[in-house]
Structure formats: C-alpha cells, structure tokens
Design a protein around this ligand. Structure first.
Ligand code: PHE
Ligand code: NA
Length: 440
C-alpha cells in the first residue's frame, strides 16, 4: 500500500478548511437569518454556539480524520467498528442534500455577475431578484453551477481553485469592509447597528425554540460540520500540526466573514426599507442580492464593474464550499467501488441537479430544503459525531488533540469533558428544538 498523501504545508490545510467554511453560509445566509430571527439575539446565540460548541465539534472532526487517515465513512470503522460508519454515511447524505439547494443559490450568484456587468437590475433590484431567483432561468443557472462544481471535482483542477481561495478570503474581507463603511455613511443606517449588535433578550426568551436551533445549526453549517468535509481534510494532515490552533483559526476567520457580511446587509436593508422587510419584500433569501444590488445601482457605471467583481468573488467562495461537499462523496465512492472519478462526480451532480430543480423552481421549496437541513439533518449528524468522539472513542481522542500542541494536556482534557457533557447536551437540545419547531 502506498503511503497516503499529506498536505505539503500547514497553510495548504488551513486554506482548504477555510475555503470549505467560508461560503454562502456566511455571505448569503448569516445576514438574512439574522434578519428573520430577531437581529442581535440571533447573533448572540450564534457567537456562543460557534465558540462553545462549534470549536469543540470541529476539533472532534479533525481528530477522527487525522487519526483514521482515511475517508469520512470508513474512518469510523477504522477507529471503532463497522456499525459506526452510519455516522459517516449520514454526514454524506446531509452534504448531498445541502448541495442540491446550495447550487441553486450559486446559480443566482452567477446571474448577478452578469446582471451587474450589464446593469440589468439597476432599475428595480427587488423585482429583478424575484424574476431570476425562481423558475426556468434559476434552473438553468443551477445546472451551470452544478456542472462547474462537478467539472472541478472530476478533473481534479483544484489547483486553480486553491490559488483562487488564497486570494478569496482577503478579497472578500476587503470588499465587505468597503461596503460596510459605505453603508455606515448612508442616511438611515444608524438604527441598524443596535438591531444587529445589541441583543433583545426578551425577544430571545420568547423565541428560544426557533432562535436556538437556527443559530446553532447556522454555526454547524457555516463551519462545514456534520458533512464529512472537515474529517476528509484532516485525514491528510500530518502529526506535527496543532489541531486546536488550526481549529481556532478556522472558527475565527469564518465568524469574522459572517459578522462582516451582516454589517453590510443589515444596514443596507435599513437604508432601503427602514428595517428588515419580510421575506417576500426582500428580507429573506433575497436580502444579500437586493441590498447590495441597490448599492451598485446607485454607483452607476462604476457599480457595474464593482458589482461584477463582488459577485465573482462570492462565486469563488461558493464554489470552494460546493467542491468540498461533492469531493467527500466522490472520493469515498471512487476509493471503494472503483468507479471513475468523472463518472462519479457527474453522476452525483446530475442527480442532485434533478433534486434541486424543486428549490430552483420556487423559493418556498428552497426554504423547505433548508429547514430540513437545519432542523434535523445537521444537528442529528453533529450529535452522532459528538457521541462517537466523546464517549465511544474517548481517551484516545485526547492523545490526538495533544499532538503538536504545547501544553496540550490540560486543553485536551478540558476538550474531552466539554464534548462529553455540555456540548452533547447543547447539540441534543438543538435537535430537539429543531424537530419540535418543524412540527409546531
Ligand atoms: N460552510 C459552507 C458555507 O458556509 C457550506 C458547507 C458546508 C461547505 C459543509 C462544505 C461542507 O457556505
Ligand atoms: Na461558513
């Protein structure tokens, strides 16, 4: 057997993990979920969840991946028993489900690159979103996004994407900071900051049952947890790397990009609508598109170029995430069943395209796909992973956390106890609330 590849540099791993993490979850979803779930109350729960649950959970996935040194399904067999491969399989399924509608939104982004360049939405940003986000055009764009994703996974041209990812995070940050400052200078944005940054705890208390599952699952989605992605990437990791250091970096960068996107979208919505409008008026899935589209429209000709560049960078972020979703299943199937890589990648992409046409046809369907992922699939998948790494694999995981980390003993022990106790309870409560919210 040949020795398995490892990342050439620590930076290679970080870039891949950050490339997977930073995506539509941060730029598109986080701002609008904040808007539909009470503003700062949601942000508050999200931040707690990212730090107190997301970080321990991502370390758990790193442990499984590096320790097993194999794909995200067989990892569980190698570490314990074939029965546990069901955890990996659920992760794969969750990832596939999510990719089916992630691609629809990726299609919107493609549309907006061209729509910006030609100024197509400059007259009526909200109306434009309504017309391109659902129906035949959205299906066509969804096909394009899925085909590009499959093409990259099939032909292994990750090189290009890796280079793009290196530039993607800095350029996203620069553009979001620029837009956030611009929004700050506009009349009418002031009220947005208290809405976004000062939590209304009464709202939170009255809406715990929906805010908590959405905010905690948002952290999972955003950190690419519960879908085998982080397990897969960590499986190529060498032993001298510090998992806690890498995990913290991914959590911090990912959270920062989400917060920045909120600092752009929420103030812009306040400027344009005097608050966060309801979903139909542009406060839901359309929030990112409608709010920043209006900025580019106001900038006239310069806005055409800036808008095209902005959405091109968002597309790179979306693609680097979508690739990691498709790569997990593709590499598993190629390794185990010996199918060709192109056939496997396009086979999955084709099937997911068909499934996703529902979400592309009608945004109500898209919301339903998303709700099922958030309320059930993600928390269930993360819960099983946490039970596995904390209680089933347990003490050996501590050794893995310690490796390459100075003074890692105390941290690793604290990590294990957090995973075994409050993290487990927190994820369980999230799942419980999510499921009951769906049936409410
Ligand atoms: N974390 C990505 C985002 O925020 C989505 C994703 C989830 C990508 C799981 C890969 C795996 O957009
Ligand atoms: Na993310």
């Amino acid at each position: 057997m040949t020795e398995r590849e490892t990342w050439a540099t620590r930076l290679g791993f970080i870039l891949a993990a950050v490339g997977s993490a930073v995506g539509l979850g941060n730029i598109w979803q986080f701002p609008f979920k904040t808007g539909t779930n009470g503003g700062a109350a949601f942000v508050f729960v999200y931040l707690l969840a990212a730090l107190l649950i997301g970080l321990p959970a991502i370390l758990g996935e790193f442990v499984v991946g590096r320790r097993a040194n194999i794909n995200a399904v067989e990892a569980f067999e190698r570490l314990k028993h074939p029965a546990w491969t069901v955890v990996g399989a659920l992760g794969l399924l969750t990832g596939l489900w999510i990719l089916s509608y992630y691609s629809v939104v990726g299609g919107w982004v493609i549309r907006y690159i061209f729509g910006s360049a030609t100024g197509a939405y400059f007259g009526d940003a909200a109306g434009y979103f309504a017309s391109v986000s659902a129906g035949w055009e959205a299906i066509g764009l969804h096909a394009v996004f899925m085909a590009v994703t499959a093409g990259i996974v099939a032909f292994g041209v990750e090189d290009g994407i890796e280079k793009a990812t290196k530039l993607m995070v800095p350029s996203i940050v620069v553009m979001l900071v620029g837009l956030a400052i611009y929004a700050f200078t506009l009349d009418g944005s002031t009220a947005a900051y208290s809405y976004y940054l000062s939590p209304d705890f009464e709202y939170l208390a009255n809406n715990l049952g929906s805010v908590v599952p959405f905010a905690v699952s948002q952290a999972f989605f955003s950190l690419s947890l519960g879908m085998g992605a982080m397990i897969t990437y960590a499986s190529y990791l060498g032993d001298d790397d510090s998992l806690p250091a890498d995990g913290s970096l991914v959590v911090v960068l990912n959270t920062a990009v989400g917060l920045l996107a909120g600092l752009v979208v929420i103030p812009l919505l306040f400027v344009q609508f005097g608050g966060v409008p309801d979903a139909a008026a542009g406060g839901g899935a359309g929030a990112l598109f409608v709010s920043v589209a209006q900025v580019f429209a106001d900038l006239g000709t310069a806005g055409q170029a800036l808008g095209a560049v902005f959405f091109a960078v968002v597309l790179i972020a979306a693609l680097s995430s979508a690739i990691s979703l498709l790569e997990v299943v593709t590499s598993y199937v190629v390794d185990n069943y010996g199918y060709s890589r192109p056939a496997t990648a396009f086979g999955f992409a084709g099937s997911l395209f068909v499934l996703g046409t529902l979400a592309a046809w009608n945004t109500a369907w898209l919301t339903w796909f998303d709700t099922l992922a958030y309320s059930v699939l993600l928390p269930l998948s993360v819960l099983l992973g946490v039970v596995f790494v904390g209680w089933v694999y347990g003490p050996q995981a501590v050794d893995e956390i310690k490796k390459g980390t100075s003074g890692g003993e105390t941290f690793a022990t604290a990590w294990l106890w957090s995973i075994r106790t409050y993290v487990l309870v927190g994820v369980f409560v999230t799942l419980y609330l999510g499921v009951t919210d769906i049936y409410a």
